[in-house]
Write a new protein. Structure first.
Length: 578
């Protein structure tokens, strides 16, 4: 940089340079180097300071606060008046990257991370035709506040509205046709859909729901098993059809077909990580409802050690999956992590001396070294037909995605009896309930006792956020319900919860782990099955033999400070031994 250029730049930043050197954050030699890097990278001095690790953003903002007299705040809901959102348009907020907080004495208070950009402040004043007052906040907090209060892609939606109004006039005047906005996928719609996907992935969502209603188009995403509304502008309702069409194009589906359900798949890359998106579209009287399941390699390929199994259960399961034959059933409702457990078990035993085949609906992730098939009911390729064909390929281990009917159950049992190890799933509330389910399907008791080795029931519980974890005393009734379920004497137990912070989006939880109930089919259990004993009696017998129920396993994780009593009770509501 020329001497003249340096002089011009320093003239704009004398206060900042003075206090950084005065506070010994910066030497004059460092300043010369930073000025050169600023020229090369085309970044502001503040960005260079943070990028080079000389100061953190918080340190820099506190310096500004101390020397320039601006208040440094943490943006919370208490700082923001809802009415201010209507007075300051989204395109201004997103363009200049500031967050309006409230109006006081005729001036609008805004949060910014760059108090030195006087030109920016003048432009905001000119646009709003009001005086503004500056407070300082971290850049990420400002971005999150804009997303929360203005909605994801608010500036994009505003631009879409302006452009679509022009499009409507043009189509009527020049073509004499009706409004063609719904069928037009313009770059703004593409950008908006991309923003929704990136935000959901960033928030660790497993599903995104696009739901049409008479007066709104709602978008929700599921994080750690719980649904949350995504903040989007209400005007997005006008572009519902264009959004649906965009998703159909991405999934290579028929955009003209609006009367039948459709399923598809999209592969996307965000940063350095690849994701598979499973698309399911359902027709409704008010439009098409879309569900996007987000699948990642990291979430599926977990080792047995990372599933949440306690040492005793992990040793039992590790022993069972290395048996030469038999059936291992994993039970639980949809979304309880059954597929992840099966994949972890198959990965554990996967080796060159074993032929492993799977038949799934759908294939959630390709496992290297394992032959996988996906059922196609429309052409008659079901679990049962696939299972028959698999036997001709000399397998050692087979995995059937789900036992849904008598034919599949019988084939799985016969396969196990002929010397194969079979993994599969059932939808039941607990491990003992799987026995009753098989009996209800029409399987004879002697076939169950001679083939089924182990039944695993599981649930997923949310993990307490480490950032805001605190000790607390839960409601007495909650504690009593849990203590009644456990078999270990407790000595002054401690309970923890998440207070709620920006890291966990104020939910108090971040991430999930499994709780398990592993029922080994021993001689006592076999005798009860032969007598067609009800599942509650089988469960009582299993408890007397030492099985840990879902709640007992959950209690262990509560006492370890991993989750809360309320969370365990929430997911095990119906899993109480009678």
């Amino acid at each position: 940089m020329t001497a003249k250029g340096e002089k011009k730049l320093l003239a704009k930043l004398p206060i900042m340079v003075d206090f950084l050197i005065k506070d010994k954050f910066l030497s004059k030699n460092q300043l010369d180097n930073l000025l050169q890097k600023q020229k090369d990278l085309n970044l502001s001095i503040q960005e260079i300071l943070i990028k080079e690790g000389i100061l953190s953003e918080e340190q820099l903002l506190k310096c500004f606060s101390e020397h320039l007299g601006y208040r440094f705040i943490k943006i919370t809901p208490q700082e923001i008046e809802p009415d201010i959102i209507k007075k300051v348009p989204a395109k201004l907020v997103t363009h200049y990257n500031f967050m309006p907080l409230k109006e006081e004495n005729g001036a609008i208070i805004i949060a910014t991370c760059d108090p030195l950009d006087v030109t920016l402040q003048d432009e905001i004043r000119l646009f709003l035709k009001k005086e503004i007052k500056i407070v300082l906040a971290k850049k990420e907090e400002i971005i999150q506040a804009i997303r929360k209060y203005y909605g994801i892609g608010a500036d994009t939606v505003e631009r879409m509205i302006i452009e679509s109004q022009n499009l409507e006039v043009l189509s009527k005047e020049q073509k004499g046709e009706g409004d063609i906005r719904d069928e037009t996928i313009d770059p703004s719609v593409i950008k908006f859909v991309n923003q929704i996907l990136v935000q959901a992935i960033s928030d660790r969502a497993t599903d995104i729901h696009f739901e049409p209603y008479e007066d709104e188009f709602r978008i929700r995403h599921r994080i750690d098993g719980v649904l949350y509304n995504m903040a989007i502008p209400p005007t997005i309702k006008h572009f519902e059809s264009s959004i649906v069409s965009r998703i159909k194009v991405m999934a290579n589906l028929d955009i003209a077909e609006k009367r039948l359900p459709q399923d598809g798949r999209i592969e996307v890359k965000v940063g350095h990580e690849e994701f598979d998106l499973r698309i399911s579209i359902l027709p409704t009287p008010l439009g098409e409802s879309i569900n996007i399941r987000i699948l990642t390699r990291g979430s599926l390929l977990l080792g047995l050690e990372r599933l949440g199994l306690e040492k005793e259960n992990r040793e039992i399961l590790n022993s069972i999956i290395h048996r030469p034959h038999g059936i291992i059933l994993v039970t639980g409702p949809t979304g309880s992590g059954k597929t992840t457990t099966l994949y972890a078990a198959l990965s554990k035993i996967n080796s060159t001396d074993k032929k492993i085949l799977t038949i799934e609906d759908p294939i959630e992730y390709q496992l290297k070294g394992i032959t996988q098939m996906q059922i196609q009911p429309k052409i008659g390729f079901t679990f049962a037909t696939g299972l028959r064909s698999m036997l001709r390929h000399d397998p050692d281990v087979m995995m059937v995605g789900e036992i849904r009917d008598l034919e599949t159950a019988e084939l799985a049992i016969r396969t196990a009896l002929t010397g194969h190890l079979v993994f599969s799933t059932l939808h039941t509330n607990d491990a003992a309930g799987a026995v009753t389910r098989l009996l209800d399907m029409g399987i004879e008791p002697y076939l169950i006792t001679s083939s089924v080795d182990c039944i695993i029931a599981q649930r997923l519980v949310r993990i307490i956020c480490d950032t805001c974890k605190e000790e607390y005393l839960p409601d007495e009734d909650v504690v009593k319900e849990l203590i009644d379920e456990q078999t270990v004497k407790l000595k002054s137990p401690k309970f923890y919860r998440g207070r709620g912070c920006a890291s966990c989006k104020f939910s108090g939880y971040k991430g999930r782990t499994g709780i398990y109930e592993i029922l080994l089919i021993n001689d006592d259990i076999r005798q009860l099955i032969m007598e067609r004993t009800p599942s509650n009696i089988i469960k009582q017998k299993a408890i007397s033999c030492g099985i840990k129920t879902l709640r007992q396993d959950g209690l262990i994780k509560i006492l370890k400070g991993l989750t809360t009593p309320e969370e365990v009770l929430r997911v095990t509501h119906q899993d109480i031994a009678d």
